[in-house]
Design a protein around this ligand. Structure first.
Ligand code: NAP
Length: 324
C-alpha cells in the first residue's frame, strides 16, 4: 500500500470547540531526542527523526505532539527546528509538566515562555497540562493561567492530558467561565487499552465536545507484532509491565488478527491498529514513529477502511484480552 500512486489525504478534524484544525492522524514526537526511554542516539538519531517528520508531512499529517518534558526540552527544540525548515504551517501541540516542587500557577507562565522559546514560535497551537496537578496548582487555578495565555495570544487552544472524567469537567467549567473551550484530553487509548470507553472519559469528551487524543495507539510497538517474550525491545520498555512476556503472549490472538488483516489489505499490522482508532470520529490518534519507514507504514492507516466485519473481529479479540 505504501507508495500508492496518489495517497489519500487525511480528513481534517477540528479540536473540540476550538479553531484549531488538524489531520485526523497526528504524529507523536516523544522518541525524537529522548535517549533515556527511546534510545535516541543509539538506535536512531537526527537523520531518522528528519525522515519520520518529512514522511508524515508528505502524507498530509500536519499535527505534531511533543512536551517540554520530552528529553528535557530537546524534544521541543528538535520539533521547532524541523517545523521552521518545513516552511509551511503545521499544528504543534506541547505540554506543561506540573512536576512536584516546581511551584504553582506562576510556574505555568514560565513554562509557556520556555516552550515558545524552544519551539521558536510566537504561538502554541495546542497547549496541554501533561497530568492533573493535585497539589500546587489545582485544576481551576491552572486553567486560569491557560486562559490568560489564550487572551495574550500565546496559545490558540487548551488541552488536558491524563485527566479523568470529573477532572475534565472541572477544567471545562473553569475555562468556560473565561469563554475558552477545552479542546482536547490526551489519554492512553488503543486496542489493548480501552479504559476511556468504560471510565467515562470518552462519554465526557462527546458530551463536552472535547476531542480525545489517543496516545500510545500502537502500545509502544506491541501492536506492530514485532515484539514477543523471546524478542523484547531494547532498553527501558522491556522493564515495564506492558512488555512482560505474559502480557505479550496474552495479546498474541489480537496481534495475529492484525497480521491476518494486514496481509489481506497489503499493509502492516501497525496501519490496521491505527485504522481501528481512526474509525472513531471522536478520536485523533498520535502515532509515534522513530524512522521514515515507520511513519510511511503508519500513514497507510489513512488509506484503510475497515468494514464492520473486520472492526467487529478486532473489537471481539480486544475485548477478550485481559492484562494478566
Ligand atoms: N500525554 C502523555 O502522558 C503521553 C504518554 C505517552 C505518549 N504520549 C504521546 O503519544 C505519542 C505516541 O505514543 P508512544 O510514542 O508512547 O507510542 P506508540 O505511538 O504506540 O508507539 C511508538 C513506537 O512504536 C514503534 N513503531 C511505530 N510505528 C511503527 C511501525 N510502523 N512499525 C514498527 N514499529 C513501529 C516505534 O518504536 P520501536 O521501533 O523502538 O519499537 C515507535 O517509537 C508520543 O510520541 C507522545 O507524543 C503522550
Amino acid at each position: 500500500m505504501a507508495g500508492s500512486a496518489s495517497p489519500r489525504p487525511p480528513e481534517i478534524r477540528r479540536l473540540g470547540g476550538s479553531t484549531v484544525e488538524v489531520s485526523s492522524l497526528g504524529a507523536g514526537c516523544w522518541a525524537w531526542g529522548d535517549e533515556e526511554y527511546w534510545r535516541y542516539g543509539l538506535d536512531h538519531g537526527p537523520r531518522e527523526a528528519v525522515a519520520a517528520f518529512e514522511t508524515y508531512l508528505n502524507r498530509g499529517i500536519d499535527f505534531f505532539d511533543t512536551a517540554e518534558s520530552y528529553a528535557w526540552g530537546k524534544g521541543e527544540q528538535i520539533l521547532g527546528a524541523l517545523a521552521r525548515k518545513a516552511g509551511r504551517k503545521l499544528c504543534i501541540a506541547t505540554k506543561y509538566a506540573p512536576l512536584a516542587g516546581r511551584g504553582g500557577p506562576a510556574a505555568i507562565r514560565k513554562g509557556i515562555e520556555g516552550s515558545l522559546r524552544r519551539l521558536g514560535v510566537p504561538c502554541i497551537d495546542l497547549y496541554q497540562i501533561h497530568w492533573p496537578d493535585r497539589d500546587e496548582a489545582p485544576i481551576d487555578a491552572a486553567m486560569e493561567i491557560f486562559a490568560d495565555a489564550v487572551e495574550a495570544g500565546q496559545v490558540r487552544a487548551v488541552g488536558v492530558s491524563n485527566f479523568g472524567s470529573s477532572e475534565m469537567r472541572t477544567a471545562h467549567a473553569a475555562l468556560a467561565r473565561r469563554g475558552v473551550p477545552l479542546a482536547t484530553n490526551q489519554v492512553r487509548y488503543s486496542l489493548l487499552h480501552r479504559a476511556p470507553e468504560v471510565d467515562g472519559v470518552l462519554d465526557a469528551c462527546r458530551e463536552l465536545n472535547v476531542t480525545l487524543l489517543a496516545y500510545s495507539p500502537l502500545e509502544q510497538g506491541i501492536l506492530t507484532g514485532k515484539y514477543s517474550g523471546t524478542r523484547p525491545p531494547l532498553g527501558k520498555r522491556r522493564e515495564t509491565p506492558w512488555f512482560a512476556t505474559s502480557n505479550l503472549e496474552a495479546a498474541r490472538p489480537l496481534i495475529e488478527e492484525l497480521q491476518r488483516i494486514a496481509q489481506i489489505r497489503d499493509c502492516t499490522p501497525a496501519a490496521v491498529a491505527l485504522a481501528w482508532t481512526l474509525a472513531n470520529p471522536d478520536v485523533v490518534p498520535l502515532a509515534g514513529a522513530r524512522t521514515g519507514e515507520q511513519a510511511e507504514a503508519n500513514a497507510d492507516a489513512l488509506e484503510l477502511d475497515l468494514d464492520e466485519e473486520l472492526l467487529a473481529a478486532l473489537n471481539h479479540l480486544s475485548a477478550a484480552w485481559r492484562k494478566p
